[in-house]
Ligand binder design. Sequence first.
Ligand code: ADP
Length: 254
Amino acid sequence: TLSRRITNFKAGDELNSIANSFNGMLDRLQLAFDREQRFSAAAAHELKTPLTVIKTNLDVFDLDETHSKEDVEDILGVVKKQTDRMVMLVNDLMILSTNHACNRNDKVSIDKLLAEIREEMLPDMINKSIKFRMDTVPCNITANAVMIKHAISNLLNNAIKYNVDGGQISVSAYTEENRCIICIVDTGIGIEEDKTKYIFEPFYRVDKSRSRTVGGAGLGLAITKEIIMQHKGTIVHGKNEPQGSKFTVTLPLA
Ligand code: ADP
């Protein structure tokens, strides 16, 4: 830890204020180090879980001399599922940890992008009998098309995952001054007021056991926020009355 602070400094005002700035800088560095440490610990933990499952399955496989076709299929199924999970996790970690010097010059039509994402997620919505409404006007932004799609897909994916069977999702996109505003509203389980300040932090999940059953390591919103910030936009969470969540994203228009 960065424990060295300048203390008991008896000097003129000017030197005192330098000492204070120095101490303040150390505090901020300490916070950054702590955050990095928590991030690495959580990442290691998330990777360890699927690895342990794979290893346990392979160990059993080793001991057993005679393998029926079903056993082999079962074990390969588990190994494949856990490997897929690790690949997704590593992809997410890479997005969060690389400082993208990526191109942000694509012309992106938000209304077309939303329609595309809806098409892709239709089977998941049908699966949960979710009613979907979309209301958009033409909104063009300059962005990295792949990243923006990833960010918005995460929000829509959550609106499905944390929704109730037979729930609703409303998506709208409109322009206000020089900004495009995208709202994704669901009638799902919602987020308790005191938890909302953590949801954009990496690896945070409101309900760990429940979230585990719907997959996800708690990186989706952190990635979404990171991408939106890189495009000079904002994202906020609000409540949907009487039930559910509302995420509002603003992005500068082209
Ligand atoms: P996860 O992989 O767990 O979905 P996210 O970073 O996307 O991770 O979201 C973080 C947490 O915020 C989720 O685990 C969930 O508890 C909560 N959350 C996100 N979106 C919603 C939503 N639309 N409704 C209710 N809770 C949500």
